[in-house]
Ligand binder design. Structure first.
Ligand code: HEM
Length: 146
């Protein structure tokens, strides 16, 4: 049960950020300003899925790991503060600020600078979470060990 919750929460968290990231890039590359605004206004609602998913993935991960000193588990643990800090200090404030600017139709320099920072921070979190998925799958044998 706890394994299933961990696996599902980890994958949901990863996929939610992937959807935020790709819908942002696609709307800004090919969409109209109203499509961009719709995406920016929808993303904060996605936090209602993302934040609980990450909390469950982290809590169940630490619970299953117990006092294990396996290098893969230690690496997974060490990534969590970076994932959380990136989310709390950059991704969440940036998403609310961008949604506010989009709601005002303010697509100026501030919008694109913060958007660039948000895309970089999002890519960093996708990478760190992807590494946690890879290490998880190596531990369960779903992925061949390196
Ligand atoms: C965002 C963070 C995380 C993500 C996305 C994630 C993802 C995953 C996934 C997808 C699996 C399942 C692999 C499979 O079914 O083959 C897994 C397994 C595992 N993860 Fe995580 N994980 C995260 C954080 C953590 C943390 C912080 C720990 C421990 C401190 C941890 C410990 C484990 C363990 C022990 C397993 C193996 C479970 C088993 O034997 O079935 N994970 N992880």
């Amino acid at each position: 049960m706890i394994r299933l919750a961990h696996r599902a929460a980890g994958m949901i968290g990863f996929l939610t950020i992937l959807v935020f990231w790709t819908s942002t890039v696609l709307s800004e590359a090919f969409g109209t300003l109203s499509t961009v605004a719709a995406v920016k206004l929808a993303i904060p609602w996605g936090f209602l899925v993302l934040i609980p998913a990450l909390a469950v993935a982290g809590a169940t991960g630490f619970r299953m790991a117990g006092a294990s000193t396996s290098p893969r588990i230690l690496r997974k643990k060490q990534r969590i503060p970076f994932i959380a800090a990136n989310g709390i200090l950059i991704l969440i404030p940036a998403a609310f600020y961008l949604a506010w600017l989009a709601s005002q139709g303010a697509f100026g320099t501030a919008f694109y600078v913060v958007q660039g920072i948000e895309l970089i921070a999002g890519a960093v979190n996708l990478t760190l979470m992807g590494l946690n998925i890879r290490d998880g799958m190596r531990m369960t044998g779903r992925l061949a060990a390196a």
